[in-house]
Write a protein that binds this ligand. Structure first.
Ligand code: PLP
Length: 464
């Protein structure tokens, strides 16, 4: 055995203690760390021949990279849709690395943990047992899986098994959606279904929610079975398609209903917001992220479907040494990956630790604080609120003359360099805009005060 490796193995307790100390130092500095920084270009080192051992590697890491690790898991990172990690999720995530299980089977303990976690999540999202679920790496992958099963469903009706024969004998499959996330296009590209076959259905006036009548019209003009991607929580304004009404249309039209509920699905956690996702259970497939509002570390998401038989057709990975799927198929036959980490464990720990009530409070707190920030913006002369705050995202722009994307970019760069908050740009109804998305369990009212001060200071400094 390599000398350094043998030495590290002999002092694993010391290494874990040192790692724990570093981890703790990081967590304790989270509030003071810059929320986002553009690091100087790092020099790329050469691989050493003999290695330096883990303890020295920790030191080198600290000197070289640690200052560049931002507080993106902290309370004022409002870019994209970004969660943090709850203490229990961190416990689970550490153990995933230590246990190093390959969660591909169906009979071992890892599989039971994953199934139990999926069951907790079904309860959290008010989904019935007709939905089976698996963990994947993120909502993009979850949407990909849902659409792959949808493709199989459509092709089956046309007498084709895409999993065996490919897309060659199929006519183009139409996908209808109002305000799809960009990853839906990516998934269609990966699936060979083509980005150009995603047909955008008009939304309601001044909304990102689909116009049901327009959807009906599209469905009635289309003879073949097709796919509707409904959105439960759009990224700009967290708008929701009327899921129950769309599901009702299945009585009249032949389509697969996939719901992208990457973060909007968490509306189900609170009686105040659960009406927004009424009808979610009627979907054929659903994508929900865990590394967003469930506040578990990257990378983690769930995909749910009512059609596990078709999922099995798509993802079955037959080999003599792996065996055939049973009634309770191995996860290797249900997901794009073969070998997979035990992603369910951090979620299991966090759900066990804080329960449904814990998540209700996280969701309600984030939404209340988003509304608080939205109100400040609405009442200000410096900024303009562009949409009502429905859940956890505030969509706004700079007030005054027509705002350009360059002005937004400049404003956000100065704001980022102040280190107090991180926000991302967008374009909403052709207006260059800014999004503040709150989905971290740590965010408190005092964070909003800090953010507000930083916004005003930046506005004044950029103006002058
Ligand atoms: C609605 C929606 N769908 C899909 C995604 C993609 O998620 P991921 O980055 O986890 O793949 C996001 C990410 O923000 C999202 O908001």
């Amino acid at each position: 055995m390599n000398e350094r490796l043998a030495e590290d193995a002999s002092k694993i307790d010391r290494l874990l203690d040192k790692t724990r100390d570093r981890a703790l130092k990081f967590l304790q500095s989270l509030n003071e760390r810059p929320v986002s920084v553009l690091p100087p270009p790092y020099e790329i080192a050469s691989l050493s021949d003999r290695g330096i051992g883990a303890e020295r590697a920790l030191e080198v890491f600290e000197q070289k990279y640690e200052d560049g690790i931002t507080a993106s898991s902290g309370s004022r990172y409002f870019g994209f849709v970004t969660g943090g990690s709850t203490p229990a999720a961190i416990v689970g995530d550490w153990l995933v690395g230590i246990f190093d299980q390959n969660a591909f089977g169906s009979e071992d303990t890892a599989a039971y943990i994953e199934r139990e976690t999926i069951h907790f999540l079904r309860q959290l999202f008010n989904l019935s047992d007709v939905h089976s679920g698996t963990f994947v790496s993120g909502a993009t992958m979850s949407n990909f899986v849902g659409l792959a099963i949808a493709r199989q469903w459509i092709a089956r009706q046309l007498g084709i098994d895409v999993s065996r024969d490919g897309l060659y004998a199929l006519p183009a499959i139409k996908i209808l959606s109002g305000s799809p996330h960009s990853c839906i296009f990516k998934a269609l590209s990966m699936l060979g279904m083509g980005k150009n076959n995603l047909h955008i259905v008009p939304c309601l006036s001044e909304r990102e929610a689909i116009d049901l009548e327009k959807l009906k019209k599209c469905l009635s003009s289309h003879q073949q079975p097709c796919i509707v991607v409904a959105n439960a929580g759009t990224v700009n304004t967290v708008d929701f398609d009327p899921l129950a009404d769309i599901a009702q249309l299945k009585q009249e039209f032949n389509f697969w209903l996939h719901v992208d509920a990457a973060f909007g699905g968490f509306a189900a956690c609170s009686p105040r917001y659960s009406h927004l996702v009424a009808g979610l259970d009627s979907a054929d497939s659903i994508a929900i992220d865990a590394h967003k509002w469930l506040n578990v570390p990257y990378d983690s998401a769930m995909q749910f479907t009512k059609h596990r038989d078709l999922q099995l057709e798509v993802f079955q990975n037959h080999a003599a040494y792996l065996g055939l799927p049973t009634d309770n198929p191995d996860f290797v036959h249900l997901t794009p990956e073969n070998s997979r980490r035990l992603r369910a464990l951090p979620a299991w720990f966090s759900l066990m630790a804080y329960g449904a009530e814990g998540y209700r409070e996280i969701v309600e707190n984030n939404c209340q604080l988003a509304k608080f920030l939205g109100k400040k913006i609405e009442l200000s002369s410096e900024f303009k609120l562009l949409a009502p705050v429905r859940l956890n995202v505030v969509c706004f722009t700079l007030s005054g003359e027509e705002t350009s994307s360059d002005a937004i970019a400049q404003f956000l760069a100065v704001l980022r360099d102040r280190g107090k908050v991180f926000l991302t740009p967008t374009v909403y109804r052709k207006i260059p805009a800014i999004r503040a998305a709150l989905s971290n369990w740590r965010t408190e009212r005092k964070d909003i005060e800090i953010v507000w001060e930083a916004l005003l200071e930046t506005r004044n400094s950029v103006n002058n």
